[in-house]
Design a protein around this ligand. Structure first.
Ligand code: NDP
Length: 244
């Protein structure tokens, strides 16, 4: 039987890339899915249709993770739409690479608002709504484990913050039977980081496997964590050996 049958899932940034692959994978495993997007309504609706084609319920919610109220409110909206909330996948994130001298205060605020503040607010609201068996899975980055060169100051800082959030949430929520874990993708072929982009070859060379990963390969680990009961506060590299 599908391991997530009857479970209600919220995937932030579920319209494209790793989030879209995760929404589809969790639906294939039996879950009903709410997903957020910020600009690409068309892409979000494609994912909704693909989930519905699997016989599961799906809803696309516009919610900008950079907006504190929207980030805090979306867990409740998802729970209302699906009749509860069992699993949160904090996936929405933005990348910004470049020399530390060139990072403006506006860059700093924007990246931290989406990658850290929004994750905190959505996770807190989701946890308030969850019951025993709840799962919070956050998408970090291989850059939280190993920074292989210059230009990653802001992005690596933002993703490393999520490790602290995950471990602390695991401690805070463990007594209620709710787990919190973090998955660190390596270079994954998406719009954010295309496998044929200008920096792709160098990134592939930094992995032990010598290649980019596919969004589905990250989704597989998220799916495992969505049903695992005795795993919490843990970090999982899905990075082709980038951290090895
Ligand atoms: P994409 O850029 O391909 O997709 C980003 C998704 O997040 C889209 O669905 C987008 O919505 C959504 N999103 C972006 N900003 C916001 C926002 N402010 N509020 C709500 N949703 C938002 O990214 P990836 O799939 O590559 O990345 C997903 C996660 O994985 C990110 O957290 C990223 O940092 C992380 N990651 C990615 C790696 C990679 O190599 N690809 C490596 C390591 C980590 P819309 O479609 O509306 O724009």
């Amino acid at each position: 039987p599908a391991p997530l049958t009857g479970r209600a899932v919220l995937v932030t940034g579920g319209s494209r890339g790793i989030g879209a692959a995760t929404a589809l994978r969790l639906a294939r495993d039996g879950a009903d899915v709410a997903l957020t997007y910020v600009n690409r309504k068309d892409a979000a609706e494609d994912v909704v249709r693909a989930v519905e084609a699997l016989g599961r319920r799906a809803v696309a919610l516009r919610a900008d993770s950079a907006d504190a109220e929207e980030a805090a409110g979306v867990a409740e909206r998802a729970a209302d739409a699906l009749g509860g909330l069992d699993v949160l996948v904090n996936n929405a994130g933005v990348g910004l690479l470049g020399p530390v001298e060139g990072i403006s205060v506006a860059d700093l605020d924007r990246v931290l608002a989406v990658n850290v503040r929004g994750v905190f607010l959505t996770a807190r609201a989701a946890a308030a709504r969850m019951t025993e068996g709840g799962r919070i899975i956050t998408v970090g980055s291989c850059m939280a484990l190993r920074v292989p060169g210059p230009g990653g100051t802001l992005y690596a800082m933002s993703k490393a913050a999520l490790v602290g959030l995950t471990k602390a949430l695991a401690r805070e929520l463990g007594g209620r039977g709710i787990t919190a874990n973090i998955v660190h993708p390596g270079p994954i072929d998406t719009d954010m980081n295309p496998a044929d982009g200008p920096y792709a070859e160098g990134q592939a060379a930094l992995t032990a496997l010598g290649r980019f990963g596919r969004a589905e390969e990250v989704a597989a680990t998220v799916a495992h964590l969505a049903s695992a009961a005795y795993v919490t506060g843990a970090e999982f590299a899905v990075d082709g050996g980038h951290a090895a």
